[in-house]
Write a new protein. Structure first.
Length: 402
């Protein structure tokens, strides 16, 4: 049996780069919101019918993400993430060649089944990195996902105008296939135990769902998803219709939000490692602090954003994004609490099945928007974040006591 010290020091980062390449696929294939008007026009269907593409993709993510987590634990990360990325790419390309809206719905739904490659991140962090670097490693593996979110809008917009709505699906689908091949080339599975310093605790798969911490993190992630679903579904619309910005300014403000997210990945998220290593604050309490700050920021957006100048709105959006890196932070908690043998399955349940609110929250918000206005849409997020913070502080025990 090889010892972890026998691997070159750069080896874990090579593996993490492969997983980062694979997880980038999730945002690269999420093209529907940017091409929806053209899809509705070409196929001559109501918006509600076209929106079934997004619903099918989300349902696929929830089911498939959990299964991907199981596969990471059963057959290894390398095969799971590389094949998943390639399959996502193939079906994303097929959306671009769809002869009907129903074919597009089916293809995008199948792509969604394989798209939540995030489930591999906690296992890789646990398997290859010491505990003091869990958040740092998670940060790195989320980088491609966030950068893709930043560039997707402007690039797809230009492509739709110049060569049509089908082209982004085809070209980005090919990019997903390439990223899957990159993931296969770089990613490795470690056959021996976890990284030095990580607690060794064997857990059988059937025992996983008896873990109190699994259900706690599941609820916390689901509460975060309430906010994430509204941001993706309504933020650009709010900037244009709620605050009256033109499309160019709204796009610029959306970019500010995404840039702040990239910056936060390399500052706010690794800070969790620093505070934990120096025994200043448990990671769970740091995540709770971010939820509390987010609660205040969403209340400000709900009631005071209309009175802010554009630069103030930009600063508010940047702050919301900076303190909203919960995909990376909650993945870090999964890596911290679960042994590597079941980390993929745990991540699949927490972060994939935890997307369930995404199915119901956007339509509910649409009803609230029509009856009560934009402020109450954003007020849906504040109590969810507050409850998540309270759960992390008062209910979730520190790792050593779990």
């Amino acid at each position: 049996m090889s010892k972890p010290s026998e691997y070159p020091r750069w080896y874990p980062w090579m593996v993490a780069t492969g997983v980062m390449a694979a997880f980038t696929v999730r945002w690269l294939h999420y093209i529907y919101p940017f091409t929806a008007p053209e899809i509705v026009k070409e196929f001559g269907v109501p918006v509600a019918v076209a929106a079934l593409m997004s619903s099918a993709n989300t349902i696929g993510l929830i089911i498939g993400g959990f299964l991907l987590g199981l596969l990471c634990d059963k057959i290894g990360v390398r095969l799971t993430v590389s094949l998943a990325a390639i399959i996502v790419g193939i079906f994303t390309v097929l959306v671009g060649y769809s002869p009907s809206i129903y074919a597009a719905i089916a293809f995008f739904g199948i792509a969604g089944l394989f798209s939540w490659i995030n489930v591999a991140i906690p296992r890789v962090a646990r398997e290859w990195f010491p505990p003091k670097l869990y958040a740092t490693a998670t940060t790195y593996m989320n980088t491609g996902f966030r950068v893709a979110a930043l560039i997707l809008g402007p690039v797809i917009g230009a492509m739709v105008v110049s060569i049509g709505w089908r082209a982004p699906w085809i070209y980005f689908g090919i990019a997903c296939i390439v990223l899957g091949l990159v993931a296969f080339a770089l990613t490795r599975d470690k056959k021996e135990g976890a990284a030095p310093g990580a607690a060794v605790k064997k857990v059988r798969m059937v025992e996983l769902f008896k873990y109190r911490v699994l259900w706690i993190l599941f609820v916390v992630f689901a509460l975060f998803v309430i906010g994430a679903s509204l941001i993706v579904s309504y933020m650009v619309m709010y900037l244009r219709q709620g605050l009256g910005y033109d499309p160019v300014t709204a796009g610029w403000l959306w970019s500010v939000y995404q840039i702040a997210g990239v910056v936060a990945l390399y500052t706010a998220v690794p800070l969790a490692d620093l505070l934990s290593a120096r025994k200043i604050m448990f990671r769970k309490n740091y995540v709770a602090l971010n939820f509390l700050i987010g609660t205040v920021l969403w209340i400000i957006l709900a009631f005071y954003s209309k009175g802010l100048p554009t630069i103030g709105v930009a600063a508010l959006l940047a702050a919301i994004s900076f303190f909203g890196q919960f995909v990376a932070l909650i993945s870090t908690l999964v890596a911290e609490y679960f042994p590597r043998e079941v980390a993929g399955t745990a991540a699949g349940f927490v972060t994939a099945v935890g997307h369930v609110p995404w199915i119901l929250t956007p339509p509910l918000a649409g009803i609230i928007l029509e009856s009560a206005g934009w402020s109450y849409v954003w007020l849906m997020i504040a109590p969810a974040y507050l409850i998540a913070a309270v759960i992390l502080v008062l209910v979730l025990k520190p790792p050593a006591r779990v």
